[in-house]
Design a protein around this ligand. Structure first.
Ligand code: ADP
Ligand code: G6P
Length: 481
């Protein structure tokens, strides 16, 4: 168990890096939490001395006691059944998530969800404030916790507060739909530094602050007006595209056992000429339906021979009690079933569909086995899958087809960029990828790898924390709370 010591750097995110799973015999097993936030931040925090992470352990009810894992002190925050329904599944994932991802599905607005969002945010803020050393730094993550910066500031004016949004920030025309939009902006402006993935996200945020709150914005600096005895303060907004622990990926690609696993995977698929791969949380933002539509058409019109080319679709279970996710799963599984029924040779799939999580070693083997990776997100903050594929190909083979609506497209300009809404374009890109000569693949991968390897997640974190350090001095430490 971790002692309740005070930490110089505290990360707060909705989820801890590990989820508690209760086994049939009642014992608890800890498994890696899903999603890009955890992939990225876990590798940053593993390398920080005396790191602390405040978050939810993934199950309803009382929080486990604080504990240590991978050199980090983890401080679980409790969410009861109502919090999960209204704060997590409701306001976070049925209101904010679709609104911030271009309203791909309709956001739902319910007043009681907001109240629970506020109370859950307060619990995270209090938990973080309680374990941060005087003059320390608190780094708040993602859309579930947008009120936390302001809540921490009112309790701990002595700490530096950073906020990073892992998902897009919508244009003001969409953000304006959000009931309580001004409270959300004020919540974020409790931070000293607010970071986003893409330049367009930063500009969208600044436009919302200017138009909706009427605050003065000078380039990247927002001046939050003072009230009464409280002085005006400056908040900086900036763009910090997130990345991977490329060193860790490189080590995995050099492991003979993983190389063998990649060969075995191809063999298990029937040694096809081409393996095409999709890896996503089962989320409507990832454009899985569009990908399957394009794939089905390519099989129907005979452009792809299922005996030569197999699509492997890995879909991590996600947010399974939220309606739009249930519907998506049904549609995806129906479509995969139909395509396999129409096209799969006896004893082999046309699409190998895997609805479960894999460990990092298996994921790397999959990337190493894939001739083409399809990233067809309709909107995505970054999309680490695209970067993971590139980092997993020191052999310079393979082709990345990448949606221009993923944040990664700003950096990975050498990929085959596509508009996933244009099914014909998606089909041509897939065919072009499948027939790309080796020298062209090498040229593409060399350029992509330069970008990914030169900008790993450690330098991303350093850049963010250095900027945060440079943003003004916090108030002198107050009496411990
Ligand atoms: P998001 O954060 O929206 O889930 P990203 O592409 O940024 O999207 O990050 C997804 C992360 O989850 C990547 O690190 C990816 O390797 C991992 N991942 C996706 N599917 C699986 C799976 N089935 N098993 C294990 N890890 C997965
Ligand atoms: C994305 C979000 C994260 C979230 C993850 C998994 O990466 O940016 O904040 O944790 O998806 O989603 P979940 O709802 O399972 O936490």
């Amino acid at each position: 168990m971790a002692s309740q010591e005070l930490h110089d750097l505290v990360v707060v995110a909705n989820r801890l890096p590990v989820d508690a799973k209760t086994l049939p015999d009642g014992a608890t097993e800890w498994v890696t939490s899903p999603g890009g936030l955890v992939t990225a931040m876990e590798s940053v925090m593993r390398n920080v001395d005396s790191a602390a992470w405040v978050g939810w352990a993934g199950s309803p009810g009382e929080a486990p006691e604080p504990f240590r894992a991978d050199g980090m002190d983890l401080y679980p925050v409790s969410l009861d059944a109502t919090d999960i329904e209204k704060y997590y599944e409701g306001f976070s994932n049925a209101t904010l998530w679709p609104l911030y991802h271009d309203v791909i599905v309709d956001p739902a607005y319910h007043r009681t969800w907001w109240d629970t969002y506020v109370s859950a945010n307060r619990r995270f803020a209090k938990a973080a404030a309680a374990v941060t050393a005087p003059g320390g730094t608190i780094w708040v993550h993602d859309y579930q916790l947008q009120l936390v910066p302001e809540m921490i500031r009112s309790e701990r004016p002595d700490v530096r507060i950073g906020f990073f949004n892992h998902i897009p920030f919508p244009p003001v025309e969409l953000f304006s739909q959000l009931p309580k939009r001004n409270q959300v902006l004020r919540g974020l402006l409790g931070a000293d530094l607010v970071g986003f993935q893409r330049e367009s996200d930063t500009l969208n945020f600044l436009a919302s602050v200017r138009h909706l709150l009427g605050y003065q914005v000078d380039q990247r600096t927002v001046t939050v007006p003072g009230i009464g005895a409280v002085e005006p303060r400056d908040v900086i907004a900036g763009t910090f595209p997130i990345s991977l622990d490329t060193q860790a990926v490189t080590e995995l690609t050099e492991d003979p056992e993983i190389k063998e696993r990649a060969r075995q995977l191809r063999h298990d698929l029937g040694d096809p000429e081409n393996v095409v791969l999709g890896v996503d949380r089962l989320d409507y933002t990832k454009g899985i339906r569009h990908r399957l539509k394009a794939w089905g058409e390519l099989l129907n019109d005979g452009s792809i021979d299922p005996r030569e080319t197999v699509l492997v679709q890995v879909a991590t279970p996600s947010r399974e009690r939220v309606d739009a996710y249930r519907q998506l799963r049904d549609e995806v599984e129906l479509t995969v079933g139909r395509i396999n029924g129409d096209h799969a040779p006896i004893g082999r799939p046309a699409i190998s569909y895997l609805h479960r999580s894999f460990n990092r070693r298996d994921m790397t083997a999959l990337y190493m086995a894939a001739d083409v990776v399809l990233v067809t997100a309709l909107r995505d903050g970054m999309n680490l899958v695209a970067k993971e594929y590139v980092a997993s190909r020191p052999d310079l083979r393979g082709v990345l087809v990448l949606s221009e609506f993923a944040g990664a497209a700003d950096e990975l300009r050498a990929a085959l960029l596509v508009n996933p809404h244009d099914i014909d374009e998606l089909k041509s890109a897939a065919l072009r990828a499948l027939s790309m000569p080796e020298e062209e693949q090498e040229e593409m991968m060399t350029s992509l790898r330069r970008q990914v390897l030169d900008h790993d997640v450690q330098s991303w974190a350093k850049h963010f924390l250095d900027e945060l350090e440079a943003v003004g001095e916090p108030a002198p430490p107050s009496a411990p709370i």
